[in-house]
Design a protein around this ligand. Structure first.
Ligand code: ADP
Ligand code: MG
Length: 629
């Protein structure tokens, strides 16, 4: 078959452009990436051979070989792993398979930003173009007859042709080094790079000798890292293992390496990243924890191993308790795996709890990064709910930084019966919400919830250790019970009503004016400085949750709200004084509509009739100006 030329997917071209122009200082990581891919290819073939032993032929010793040719200025990496067929070559080395990654690359505004991010999100295979002007990939998929040659200078296009010279099985990558990158031909340099980044790779990485009389040299320890005694593993080795297995590029924040013996026998080596993976909330994100059975890689994509709310974990679980030829079907609803899963959950959450106690500031940073994911467990995993509530941290109206629910309970005011919350899109806006004014005046702390997940767990979790959660934007509030009893009667809403003559008529008038636009109009106990606010009725959905559901098209109507009026506000008093007077009807009517629209705006709800709003507003200003002139 003749050579075919194809263009890279636009996102790949963009990525390659960034790679080629990057001044990224650690170019040497290209070798880590290629060795990591080669090791994965060996793992995948070893797994496939469990059910198809003929795939291995007479070559069952997996290895990765490095060759240098100073005359040709090439560095070659060869593996006898699973290899790729034509379509796999095109898909894997011509496109970005995961739409999450593609979307991320698209977002990179400029090369500078991309270049800075290379170290963080990784460009895998494409990093070869940091040091190579041309890359050739000769490969043959295990069990298939044809071999293929992929070749590219990393500028927009690649070619593919059939290649009889491709390895019998596996992949040979030839890097034609750019001028100035000759250091990667130096055995000393290669030895150091492999020792730094790839020592943990379980497959031998062999540097071929250039001289007849010198033997080849194995550059790594070539045993599965998690099977080695902890005392013999360095921090660097752990970190590089994390980079390999997690396709990650940051430093891990927390590490769990332990062996469980007893009913279930398994080893786990798990990491919590320090940085948020960019695809954490993307449906086709990369899976993070690999399943091994007796040191043999089984799958990278085992949904049964850990619950989704722990999806930020990276690492491996290696168990003795599953059969080697375990199938996908067998993994589903597997009682052994379920046991491992619940033990892992407990262990991980226990470790986080410890960290929260020992290093609260570090823990707070962790929570900022992964708290929104962990909170999913509050409604997904009833068994861990109490622990997750202990682990949760929140912003609040009365304190800087993050507070726990235990902190919150300890600071409750005398008479306070509930944990008060308000949810919305942004904590700073929330902190200015009219609905919390009365709470602030009484020194009652309100938790500011601004993660989309908050409304969902709040509707599933009734209380924390017997103290119920209550939204300050729903239902009535009884602030009278809270705090200083002496001031109680002065603060009572009913008493306030007596002090504002005409208030009852005003409320009746507003109700009549707004009709079915509101469920009710009533005197507020929660306002101190704003004239009005909206709240949801006791049995209705919280307003923010309702907006979220509407955005996600899970709901197509908006419930009627209750408009609460502040009887102490000068504007309300003035309107109350006007109501019923001759000729004041039109003004008070406009004011009623404007107050409702104003409350909607503060709440972040769309105005049903913006034209009417602006007409009334300009009318009001105009009347004010005319009256003043
Ligand atoms: P990642 O390793 O994160 O998937 P890479 O860019 O490093 O991303 O590699 C892209 C894909 O190309 C791999 O997922 C794999 O399917 C394929 N690949 C790369 N190198 C090899 C290799 N040596 N043998 C077989 N497949 C490979
Ligand atoms: Mg890779």
């Amino acid at each position: 078959m003749a050579e075919e030329q194809m263009n890279f997917q636009a996102e790949v071209s963009r990525l390659l452009d960034i790679v080629a122009h990057s001044l990224y200082s650690e170019k040497e990581i290209f070798l880590r990436e290629l060795i990591s891919n080669a090791a994965d290819a060996c793992d995948r073939l070893r797994h496939a051979a469990l059910t198809q032993s003929d795939l291995l032929g007479d070559d069952s010793a997996f290895r990765i070989r490095l060759k240098t040719d100073p005359a040709a200025k090439t560095l070659t990496i060869v593996d006898n792993g699973i290899g790729m067929n034509r379509q796999e070559l095109i898909d894997n080395l011509g496109t970005i398979a995961r739409s999450g990654t593609a979307a991320f690359v698209q977002q990179l505004e400029n090369k500078q930003e991309g270049a800075n991010l290379i170290g963080q999100f990784g460009v895998g295979f494409y990093s070869a173009f940091m040091v190579a002007a041309r890359v050739e990939v000769a490969t043959r998929r295990a069990g298939e007859a044809e071999g293929w040659l992929w070749s590219s200078d990393g500028r927009g296009a690649f070619t593919i042709a059939e290649d009889a010279e491709a390895p019998v099985r596996g992949t040979r990558i030839v890097l034609h080094l750019r001028d100035g990158e000759e250091e990667y031909l130096d055995p000393l340099r290669l030895r150091r790079i492999v020792a730094t980044y790839s020592d943990h790779i379980a497959v031998p990485v062999v540097l071929e000798s250039r001289k007849e009389d010198e033997p080849d040299e194995t550059l790594n320890a070539a045993s599965a890292l998690w099977t080695r005694p902890k005392s013999e593993i360095t921090e660097e080795q752990y970190k590089e293992f994390y980079h390999h297995v997690g396709h990650a590029f940051d430093d891990p924040w927390l590490r769990l390496h332990f062996k469980a013996e007893g009913v279930m026998e398994y080893t786990c080596l798990l990491f919590v990243p320090s940085q948020k993976p960019f695809d954490l909330f993307h449906p086709d994100r990369k899976p993070g924890v690999r399943l091994y059975v007796k040191r043999v890689f089984i799958t990278e994509d085992c949904a049964e191993l850990l619950p989704p709310y722990l999806r930020f974990l990276r690492g491996i679980v290696d168990t003795e308790d599953l059969p080697l030829n375990v199938s996908r079907e067998l993994l589903q609803n597997n009682p052994r795996l379920a046991k491992i899963r619940s033990a892992l959950c407990k262990k991980v959450l226990g470790e986080l709890k410890q960290k929260a106690a020992d290093a609260p500031e570090e823990y707070a940073r962790f929570w900022e990064t992964f708290g929104p994911v962990l909170k999913e467990g509050l409604y997904e995993d009833g068994r861990q709910r109490e622990t997750l509530l202990e682990l949760a941290r929140f912003r609040s109206t009365t304190r800087e930084g993050l507070v726990s629910l235990a902190d919150y309970r300890a600071a409750m005011q005398p008479g306070q019966q509930a944990i008060y919350t308000i949810s919305g899109d942004d904590p700073r806006t929330l902190a200015r919400s009219p609905q919390i004014e009365g709470f602030a005046a009484k020194g009652v702390e309100v938790l500011l919830l601004s993660d989309p997940v908050d409304d969902f767990w709040l509707s599933a979790v009734p209380d924390y250790q017997g103290t119920p959660f209550r939204s300050v934007t729903r239902g009535g509030v009884d602030l009278d019970e809270i705090g200083d009893k002496d001031t109680k009667s002065e603060d009572g809403a009913e008493n306030k009503a007596d002090e504002t003559p005409g208030l009852d008529s005003l409320i009746a008038f507003v109700k009549l004016t707004l009709k079915d636009q509101v469920k009710d109009v009533r005197v507020s106990a929660r306002l101190t400085s704003s004239p009005v606010c909206l709240v949801a009725d006791e049995g209705d959905l919280d307003m923010h949750l309702e907006r979220l559901l509407k955005q996600q098209r899970q709901l197509d109507h908006t419930s009627q709200r209750i408009l609460e009026v502040n009887p102490d506000h000068a504007l309300v008093k003035a309107l109350a004084a006007q109501v019923g007077k001759d000729g004041a009807g039109a003004v008070v009517e406009d004011a009623a509509w404007l107050l409702l629209d104003q409350a909607r705006i503060i709440e972040g709800e769309p105005l049903p009739d913006p034209t009417a709003f602006s007409r009334r507003l300009s009318g009001l200003v105009e009347r004010g100006l005319l009256a003043g002139s």
